[in-house]
Design a protein around this ligand. Structure first.
Ligand code: IPD
Ligand code: CA
Ligand code: CA
Length: 258
């Protein structure tokens, strides 16, 4: 299954790189939520690779409905995480593929094709970047931390838009980044590049693979209260573990979904 996930991620990445920087057909799903032909074609290719070997597995992917399959195996796919970056030819985007077995994510692959960085985590077997094992950072002071976040697609209409949390973290940390790719924010947290990451109102395909990467790299992933993070839930807080408490303290001071 890992081999298939890797093959599917590479195939998706190949299509994205073919389309990257070309004139794209771009549609709006919402005011700031885009979809391009690259999202759809990459998804078809990824699903094609998986179905060739596992025709009956369930598939939950961002751009299309694939019906019901074998409930025990479910692939959770974001064919292009970072569509806004992609549509502006900003080379920071990823393919994210996770595999759930009996409701638990056991495999996570995040592939950044522009940088040729392949992140892989298997439950109980660690996290790897291009075959080298990765660990979360060992930084213990939030004042020295580099953090990542993102803002939800309904930010222009909803007051629960993460702006308040961003201000609080920007004051507390060394710096915060908003690079526009949730799966890579998590992968970079797993690799110790970021020390922590929080976001709200994401979808399961944004976080399923990245969550396992952080956990397998020795980090912590929870909701804003420290409870287990549900990939279908509205909050995610990931860190190296050492700055989890101070991050939770700050998150108590801003608006929260739900
Ligand atoms: C988006 C990215 C972004 C996050 C958005 C996501 P998409 O995914 O992960 O970092 O802030 O909310 O929806 O739409 O580019 O696949
Ligand atoms: Ca996404
Ligand atoms: Ca996407």
């Amino acid at each position: 299954m890992k081999e298939i996930a890797l093959r599917a991620a590479r195939e998706g990445g190949r299509i994205l790189m073919q389309k990257f920087g070309t004139a794209l057909r771009i549609e709006h799903k919402g005011a700031v939520d885009l979809v391009t032909e690259a999202d759809r074609e990459a998804e078809q290719a990824i699903v094609g690779v998986i179905r060739q070997t596992f025709p009956r597995h369930s598939i939950l992917a961002e751009e299309a409905d694939y019906g019901e399959g074998n409930a025990a195996y479910r692939w959770i796919i974001d064919p292009l995480d970072g569509t806004t970056n992609f549509a502006h030819a900003f080379p920071w985007f990823a393919v994210s593929i996770a595999l759930e077995v009996d409701g638990a994510v056991v495999l996570g692959v995040v592939y950044n094709p522009a940088n040729q960085e392949m992140y892989v985590a298997e439950k109980g077997r660690g996290a790897y970047l291009n075959d080298v094992q990765i660990r979360v950072s060992t930084l213990a002071g939030i004042e020295d931390s580099l953090l990542a976040t993102g803002f939800p697609y309904d930010r222009k209409h909803s007051e629960v838009n993460n702006y308040d949390h961003f201000l609080n973290f920007q004051q507390a940390a060394q710096a915060c980044r908003r690079a526009g790719v949730a799966s890579l924010d998590l992968a970079c947290t797993a690799a110790g590049r970021f020390d922590g990451y929080w976001e709200m109102k994401l979808k399961p395909w944004d976080v399923a693979a990245g969550k396992l990467l952080v956990e397998e790299a020795g980090g912590l992933v929870s909701d804003f209260d420290g409870r287990p993070c549900d990939i279908f839930g509205a909050e995610i807080l990931a860190s190296n573990g050492l700055i989890h408490e101070p991050m939770m303290d700050l998150l108590r001071h801003g608006r929260r979904p739900g």
